[in-house]
Design a protein around this ligand. Structure first.
Ligand code: ADP
Ligand code: ASP
Ligand code: MG
Length: 872
């Protein structure tokens, strides 16, 4: 890499389509320009600023439509008038005189409609049409900022950016997907410096070698900014857009995508090339060569730090991003007859070159070569493809597979990550993958699938990458907050009960930790939110989540029944609530011994069977009784594979295929199937899940004939992370009401556990020790995996806060570790707690009311945590 030339005092700012479409955003632009030119940014001397703008959003699409419709003069002129109207509207909003400012540009646009070159859609005409968007927006911007008191000049980008013809580039690419020279010399810079200190120019356009206009390809304004940045040795290039940076996936498709705060040029290049539209793929190279840092910022949220790309970014191995590109065309070429024929590859690739097509991915076997064509690099029209196939047919059998999407994982050291990608493979395993390709620079792994499949795949793959550790999101030097979190921080944060009860909790912690505290008003509130759902006839609390007597008493008084999964839970329940009506109790064990069924029957509670074995082997227990049958609807859902309880691999439930055998066994013992039940997992947020289960069970219930009630299970999700969506209880109610309205003949039962108690509980701990090993900070707590098992068992995430220093600023991220002698005894990786965190501080672990104390054990012979309740 060349040595960095000293930076000039120019900063290049590029504003995309949405950033220049509204007046308040131009006001932000004005503010940013003032800050930079007047040196208002701390430690940054005043700069000279070149602003590169895109066309107003949607305008380039409209100009392209004019080109596509060139043969229809009426349509073309209607579109041109609509575009002019659009710009008049923008002028009105910005209170500038439309005719005075843009009159000449409107005339140029109308003249292009009558241009002779338009008849044949000549490439030079197309370029001029496309250029009008940026010419108009830049002119408008200058006029507006002048009204705001900024001394800004307009610059024609074509006077500075010269398109150059690349070898084998066809005419289309030379004109409409052009590249420019970007090595500037002192003479150029001196000439440029004669301009005003504040300039606005157009993105997307350059000078064609014939003196006309050339276009840099769709999204090419970023590249214009990069060319200027490199030519001027700018301090930096700032890309201002509608998202606060480059994310680990397109945040609009994957809301859990994380901000990438710091990237090096190579990774950014790879992410952009493989589909992250936020940066035009050709814009990184010029900045990298000239060592100009790139910032990506959000015009709507100018104060967020965004992404910084430079050569000093730390390198963290692992997957950084997942991107996808649509419209990919695969060309599969089979040799005719001869294996490993010498020169076969040369023969086929020569034909691609002949058509000016650049090949992206390549997969090969002895007799087949399959390549992909990316529409953003090529004009992949049907004419071009037909001509290519005709030529290829001379040397091979050709098949075109389209439309496809290329889904790419990007990150350093892909090869050494393969073992962490098993879940990712299995996600792809469900689909047909046409081609897998690993880049030789070890930076990416690409899967080509049918286009229709890719969109749904991305959020699932993203989640798997995080869960498997392949995407090391705990490395806070690279990974920032999620898109969801950023969006949520714009709205006021939920205040948890434990924030209000802080002083009481500190007092309780002083009595000794680890200590669970349960907030009964929260349990009541959740219970009432469920009780308000009128479609539900019976509610059972799955007490395995938390059998604390005070919680059972609250739920009893709120009208809940109870679900037990062992004879011991039954014993405990009746010990706490001796007068409880047994018909309000469900017994739903899994592979329990005979004696437990006998005990439940003796108590006269509802007994659930989920296989035919008990009926066949212990018929005497069930003779003449009403029973509940648990069905496996054939799939599992939930936050972790260990909590999904449906599908062949899960031990729970009777497969519907075995229903006839079960019915026969029930008849033989004169047992009556009165209730059908299903529960497929935990942590489900999609409210449409339960009515689906209801519909599925209704069908079976109709077949059975004796069923009176359908229990759709529990599994209602809980927000463990501060930014996670809360469970949409209103949607849950609506969905169940619809289901019930469709099949009112059955009583509807639900059996939530976690939902009622998770957020009502916290675990209080004390800090034991702090350490710093080889630069990695660790904070020790006195509550081990013996006290809270979920993180070790499920990789569960719990919010961890220093209750002693609740509102202090975060310090360096640390691993939160615990005293059990297991490497897995870690509560959270790279968590930011206040810098002042010290021995004996009280640390609170939130959302610990479900599956906390009840899973606690005495491993390492550590004592069980204490428990306490808080009530109004
Ligand atoms: P502009 O008009 O400002 O140039 P673009 O639409 O070209 O903006 O690029 C910004 C868009 O890029 C975002 O709105 C987002 O939907 C999309 N995008 C795709 N992948 C990513 C990613 N990995 N990170 C951020 N944004 C992405
Ligand atoms: N206006 C052009 C486009 O929409 C260039 C850009 O916005 O980057 O493709
Ligand atoms: Mg763009």
């Amino acid at each position: 890499m060349p040595a960095a030339a000293p930076a000039s005092d120019w900063i290049v700012l590029k504003f995309g389509g949405t950033s220049v479409s509204r007046r308040h955003r131009w006001d932000t632009i004005g503010r940013l320009l003032r800050e930079r030119t007047e040196g208002d940014i701390p430690e940054q001397p005043p700069a000279r600023v070149l602003v590169v703008v895109s066309a107003l959003s949607g305008v380039t699409n409209e100009l392209q439509a004019i080109i596509d419709q060139h043969a229809d003069a009426v349509d073309v002129s209607a579109r041109i008038e609509a575009l002019i109207e659009r710009h008049r509207g923008a002028c009105a909003e910005m209170e500038v005189d439309a005719e005075g400012v843009l009159g000449e540009r409107f005339a140029a646009l109308r003249a292009l409609a009558g241009d002779r070159r338009g008849v044949s859609a000549d490439l030079s005409w197309q370029a001029e049409v496309l250029a009008q968007g940026e010419l108009m927006s830049s002119t408008l911007g200058v006029a507006y900022l002048r009204t705001q008191g900024l001394a800004v000049d307009w610059l024609d980008a074509r006077d500075w950016l010269e398109a150059r013809a690349l070898p084998n580039q066809n005419e289309w690419a030379r004109r409409l997907s052009a590249s420019c020279a970007y090595i500037g010399d002192d003479e150029l810079r001196m000439r440029f410096d004669r301009n005003a200190r504040l300039l606005i120019t157009q993105g997307f356009i350059a000078r064609h070698p014939d003196g006309g206009t050339a276009i840099l390809g769709r999204g090419g304004s970023d590249t214009s900014a990069a060319y200027f940045g490199a030519l001027l040795h700018a301090r930096r290039v700032e890309i201002w857009t509608d998202v606060p940076g480059m994310f680990t996936a397109n945040p609009r498709a994957v809301p859990d995508a994380r901000l990438l705060s710091r990237l090096d040029y190579e990774e950014a290049q790879e992410i952009a090339t493989t589909g992250a539209k936020v940066l035009h793929p050709r814009c990184i190279h010029p900045c990298r060569e000239a060592r100009v840092p790139i910032w990506i910022r959000d015009t709507e949220r100018p104060d967020l730090a965004g992404t910084v790309i430079d050569h000093r970014a730390v390198t963290v191995p692992g997957v950084k991003a997942i991107s996808s590109r649509r419209g990919i065309v695969l060309v599969s070429m089979e040799t005719i007859g001869m294996w490993q024929q010498v020169g076969f590859l040369a023969d086929v690739f020569e034909r691609f070159k002949r058509h000016g097509l650049s090949v992206d991915l390549i997969g090969s076997s002895e007799a087949n070569v399959t390549v992909s064509l990316d529409p953003s690099d090529n004009l992949v029209s049907s004419n071009v493809l037909d001509a290519l196939c005709a030529d290829l047919a001379e040397v091979c059998r050709v098949k075109v597979i389209a439309p496809c999407s290329a889904v790419t994982l990007v990150g350093r050291g892909m090869r050494s990550l393969l073992h962490k990608l098993t879940d990712v493979w299995s996600e792809f395993g469900r689909e047909r993958v046409h081609l897998v390709s690993q880049s030789s620079n070890d930076l990416n792994l690409t899967f080509v699938v049918d286009e229709a499949l890719a969109d749904g795949l991305l959020p699932r793959l993203h989640e798997k990458l995080i869960q498997s550790g392949a995407m090391p999101v705990d490395a806070t030097e690279v990974f920032g907050p999620s898109w969801r979190q950023i969006e949520a921080s714009a709205s006021p944060r939920r205040v948890s009960w434990w924030q209000r009860e802080r002083s009481q909790l500190l007092g309780m912690a002083a009595q000794g930790t680890p200590r669970y505290v349960y907030h009964l008003p929260t349990v009541r509130e959740r219970a009432r939110s469920l009780a308000a759902i009128s479609a539900v006839n019976c509610r059972f609390y799955a007490l395995k989540a938390n059998p604390h007597p005070a919680i059972l008493a609250v739920l009893d008084s709120e009208g809940f029944g109870f679900e037990c999964v062992s004879a011991a839970e039954l014993e405990h329940l009746f010990a706490v609530l001796p007068t409880l009506d047994p018909t309000r109790v469900l017994f739903t064990p899994s592979f329990a011994p005979r004696a437990e069924y006998a005990a439940a029957i003796a108590r006269d509670v509802w007994v659930t069977l989920d296989s035919v074995y008990p009926l066949q082997h212990w018929p005497e227990l069930f003779a003449g009784r009403q029973i509940v049958l648990r069905i496996d609807p054939g799939y599992g859902l939930g936050h972790h594979e260990k909590v999904r309880t449906g599908g062949r691999e899960a031990k729970f439930g009777l497969a519907p295929e075995s229903l006839p055998e079960f019915i026969a066994a029930a008849r033989a013992t004169r047992a009556k199937i009165t209730v059908l039940h299903a529960h497929v997992g935990s942590g489900i947020l999609d409210a449409s899940h339960w009515p689906q289960v209801y519909a599925q069970l209704v069908e079976l219930a109709d077949r059975i004939g004796t069923v009176a009630a359908i229990d759709v299970g529990g599994g209602l999700g809980v927000p463990y992370t501060p930014d996670a969506e809360a469970f949409d209880i209103a949607a849950f109610g609506r969905e169940l009401a619809n289901a019930k309205a469709a099949w009112p003949q059955y009583a509807l039962w639900i059996e939530p556990g976690r939902y009622l108690v998770a957020e009502a509980g916290v675990l209080l701990t004390h800090v034991t020790q702090l350490s710093d090993k080889l630069g990695l900070r660790r904070i020790g707590l006195d509550a081990g995996m013996n006290a809270l098992l979920r993180p070790a068992l499920y990789g569960a995430w719990h919010e961890i806060v220093n209750l002693s220093h609740l509102d202090e600023a975060d310090g360096t991220p640390a691993d939160i570790v615990r005293p059990i002698c297991e490497t897995g005894d870690m509560l959270g990786r790279r968590r930011a707690l206040p810098a002042s965190t010290a021995e004996n501080d009280v640390v609170l672990i939130a959302t610990a009311g479900a599956y906390g104390q009840v899973m606690a054990n005495r491993y390492n012979l550590r004592a069980l945590p204490q428990e306490e309740v808080l009530d109004d």
